[in-house]
Design a protein around this ligand. Structure first.
Ligand SMILES: Nc1ncnc2c1ncn2[C@@H]1O[C@H](COP(=O)(O)OP(=O)(O)O)[C@@H](O)[C@H]1O
Ligand SMILES: [Mg+2]
Length: 236
């Protein structure tokens, strides 16, 4: 075996070990909380004390986190392994974008934010379910990580032989040193903030793998104090 192949295998093995460690850690935090609160509730019940419904709410919230995490992990593995077929269709950009924006309407409204759609091209060749997922992940992040009352711009255009989706926000921006790693699994700039808002840290990894399966690319540009743009390019 050549030195390059050995080096690549070593890197893959290191990534696998890190991934297992990361998943275990991500699962342990909500599980520990569920166990702790269930024990407290049981003790209260056995000793005749009133049961605090807030504890039940915490158990429910952490159970939902576990489910979201496992769903994202299964999804990522299906996309990555190729087990899930990509079903390329000519999609009507305006129609699918309106559908995604209307699904996120409540989330945007809860922060008094506006999503502005600008479609300068009509069609994209993509898997409908996967495109919806890419747009949802990116717009959802823009809403989550930006201040209330700000605007999110969703722009579609065609340049040469690529159809380009841009999700542009006017939030705090992301420091340059983090940009390289943003699409890695479980990578978050602010772990506490991400967990608090129900994030799994897998959204951008899923976006990247979906774009790769389409023969396209996903990348980010950001400027502190100005905002962030996530850009996805689909081959025509
Ligand atoms: N529009 C954005 N503005 C600022 N930070 C962002 C934005 N989108 C993503 N991020 C950062 O990238 C991290 C990874 O995003 P993602 O993979 O979707 O995970 P999650 O949203 O579950 O935390 C987020 O935790 C956040 O720190
Ligand atoms: Mg996200």
């Amino acid at each position: 075996m050549s030195q390059d192949v050995i080096e690549a295998l070593r890197r893959a093995e290191k990534m696998r070990i890190e991934f297992v460690a990361n998943v275990s850690h991500e699962l342990r935090t909500p599980m520990t909380s569920i166990k702790g609160y269930a024990e407290t509730l049981l003790q209260d019940f056995e000793e005749g004390r009133a049961i605090d419904p807030d504890f039940l709410k915490i158990i429910l919230k952490n159970s939902n986190r576990l489910i979201a995490l496992i769903n994202d992990l299964l999804d990522l593995s299906a996309i990555e392994s190729g087990a899930d077929q990509i079903n390329l269709c000519d999609l009507d950009i305006l129609e699918i974008s309106k559908h995604v924006v209307s699904n996120l309407h409540h989330h945007a409204k809860s922060k008094d934010m506006e999503i502005v759609l600008d479609c300068r091209t009509n069609l994209v060749k993509a898997d409908p379910k996967r495109l919806e997922q890419v747009m949802t992940n990116l717009i959802d992040n823009a809403i989550k990580y930006c201040p209330p009352k700000s605007v999110v711009n969703v722009e579609w255009s065609k340049v040469d032989d690529e159809v380009i989706l841009k999700v542009i926000d006017h939030g705090p921006g992301i420091p340059e040193k983090y940009l390289d790693r943003l699409f890695e699994r479980f990578y978050r700039v602010d772990k506490g903030r991400s967990r608090e808002t129900g994030g799994t840290g897998l959204g951008l990894a899923i976006v990247k793998h979906i774009m790769q399966r389409h023969g396209g690319t996903a990348f980010v540009e950001s400027k502190i104090g100005v905002g962030t743009a996530f850009i996805c390019k689909f081959p025509v």
